[in-house]
Design a protein around this ligand. Structure first.
Ligand code: ATP
Length: 442
């Protein structure tokens, strides 16, 4: 996977096998908006569940939250999004295309041969203008400026305005965190690369509230935890790296920021940001709302505004990362085999049950096993076509194990379990299959 062709293959597999479809495809599609099909929704849900389990379920110091997408418009004034959540945009008067002024070098002009915008003699670029990325809509029946509200461009603000509610209703003390998974919307000027940059997407964000002065130490701790989480998804370690934001890249609220980057077929790109947001957001909400948001620390008798260390990942981007990392092609017995080598914990289907032939009682045994497995894990049943083709179909969707019911199953009460990656087979007792699989799923 090192070029545009590999992205094309991934997008085509995603559509063919029901991972991701273009939104409103029958109407020609909607720019950079995507729908998740049966396997895609399962894959993305597994990734989100894994994130939630690692942060909320398995830790004592993080609580979950699900704030609304629509928020009071003052939130976005306080956060700085109304005035500052902008990208510089240029238009080409000749070809009518629109580009991000700060990403021109990565862009391609629609005129042939393909060049960076501005390089053709016919190119006629405007001066850069600031373009606010927030989607606007109206609340209530009257479309007037007083009724303008925004679709949230990040989940974090929902956490800040609820930080005291969570503190007062849980038994947390600082340091503690709030985790949230939810939709965010950005009217990106140049979205693209499939589900990498879209206008509607899902974030997995966690805000960790700490005593000022301990923020640097917590920042380092969270960096380590988050990198380990991505490695735990089974991603190729050499394709993960850190990118530290230099002074010119740092957001207005950040004291320090590191991105976790992945090497996609289209280059190294951010998949998660770890930010030291200081007390910027709470201070601004305190100022704009007129409500005290300070924390009273009983042990020291002090009051302070906590600092925030944020870990901000995109569920869609991580899903793309997992898919791009999993995709491989091999030649097996002179035939091309396409494999999605998902780690079993995120694979959308864990096991497929396949009767070798559609007779001699094999389908009945296979169906009974399939129903039994389905109580504990997503499983598939397939009795159509040659067994080799059925294996290939499962390889292509990343099913780690195929359980085959054959001529010996009825008499000996055994089945074969085929491993997706090595294609080796184990003979396992029929009544042990469920246990065998659950043990490996952990
Ligand atoms: P970028 O520089 O790629 O636009 P960002 O630095 O603005 O991203 P953050 O605001 O830190 O991103 O958002 C946190 C995470 O949310 C990103 O690491 C990414 O995974 C995800 N994300 C942000 N924008 C988009 C988008 N348009 N489409 C899909 N995911 C996104």
């Amino acid at each position: 996977m090192a070029d545009a062709t590999s992205m094309e293959k991934l997008v085509s597999l995603a559509k063919r096998r029901g991972f991701v479809f273009q939104s409103s495809e029958v109407y020609g599609g909607l720019g950079s908006v995507w729908d998740y099909g049966p396997l895609g929704v399962a894959l993305k849900r597994n990734i989100k569940d894994r994130w939630w389990r690692s942060l909320v379920q398995s830790r004592d110091d993080i609580e979950g939250l699900d704030a609304a997408i629509l928020m009071h418009p003052r939130v976005w004034e306080a956060s700085g999004h109304v005035s500052g959540f902008t990208d510089p945009m240029v238009d080409c008067r000749t070809c009518k295309s629109r580009f991000r002024a700060d990403k021109l070098a990565d862009a391609r002009c629609p005129q042939k041969p393909s060049k960076v915008p501005g390089q053709h003699t016919a190119c006629d670029l405007t001066e850069p203008r600031q373009f606010n990325l927030m989607f606007k809509t109206f609340m209530g029946p009257v479309e007037e400026s007083a009724a303008v509200i925004y679709l949230r461009p990040e989940t974090a603000q929902g956490t800040y305005v609820n930080y005291q509610n969570v503190l007062n209703s849980s038994r947390q003390k600082i340091p503690f965190g709030i985790a949230q998974i939810g939709k965010a919307f950005r009217n990106e000027i140049t979205p693209g690369n499939f589900i990498f940059r879209t206008r509607e997407f899902e974030q997995m964000e966690m805000q960790f509230f700490v005593r000022p002065g301990t923020d640097d130490e917590w920042f380092e701790r969270w960096r380590a935890v988050r990198m380990a989480w991505h490695e735990g998804l089974g991603l190729t370690p050499s394709k993960l790296r850190w990118h530290q934001h230099g002074p010119d890249e740092l957001a207005h609220y950040a004291k320090a920021a590191f991105d976790i980057e992945y090497e996609f077929p289209f280059g190294w790109q951010e998949i998660e940001g770890i930010h030291n947001r200081t007390d910027f957001d709470l201070r601004r909400h305190q100022e704009y709302s007129g409500k005290k948001l300070e924390y009273f620390e009983q042990a020291s008798g002090e009051r302070y505004l906590p600092f925030v260390v944020e870990t901000a990942a995109g569920a869609d981007r991580v899903t793309l990362t997992v898919m791009a990392d999993a995709y491989r092609e091999e030649v097996v017995e002179a035939e091309l085999r396409v494999v999605m080598g998902f780690t079993p914990q995120v694979a959308p289907v864990k096991a497929a049950v396949l009767p070798l032939v559609k007779k001699d009682g094999m389908p009945e045994l296979a169906l009974a096993l399939y129903h039994d497995l389905r109580e504990k894990m997503p499983a598939d049943y397939d009795d159509g076509g040659a067994i080799g083709r059925r294996y290939r179909r499962q390889d292509e969707i990343g099913t780690p194990w195929c359980v085959t019911i054959d001529g010996e199953t009825a008499a000996q009460r055994t089945v074969t379990i085929r491993h997706r990656d090595s294609m080796e087979q184990d003979r396992v007792s029929l009544d042990q299959v469920r246990h065998w699989l659950l043990e490996r799923l952990g």
